[in-house]
Design a protein. Structure first.
Length: 82
């Protein structure tokens, strides 16, 4: 996943924006990332990935297309709307 790829697809928040928010704001809890363009407050798909970004264990994030298809499955499984 590149810096310009969307991590939160519901709110179109890029990896770069999230990493910058974490560096500047130093959130203690995942829920605080909602202050970064509402990241993580939609379907919930990105929350585990946001957590990995917070823990700086994001080196193995999937590539963008795998990530997006995973979210489509997540939405379908939840019978939710994107
Ligand atoms: S992808 Fe982030 S809340 Fe849906």
């Amino acid at each position: 996943m590149n810096d310009d790829d969307m991590v939160c697809l519901c709110f179109q928040v890029t990896r770069r924006k999230i990493v910058q928010f974490i560096r500047v704001e130093k959130p203690k809890r995942l829920s605080q990332l909602s202050q970064c363009y509402s990241a993580g407050t939609g379907c919930g798909w990105c929350r585990p990935f946001l957590e990995r970004l917070m823990e700086q264990t994001d080196s193995d994030l999937p590539d963008s297309s795998a990530y997006q298809s995973g979210r489509r499955r997540h939405i379908r499984d939840k019978n939710d709307t994107p």
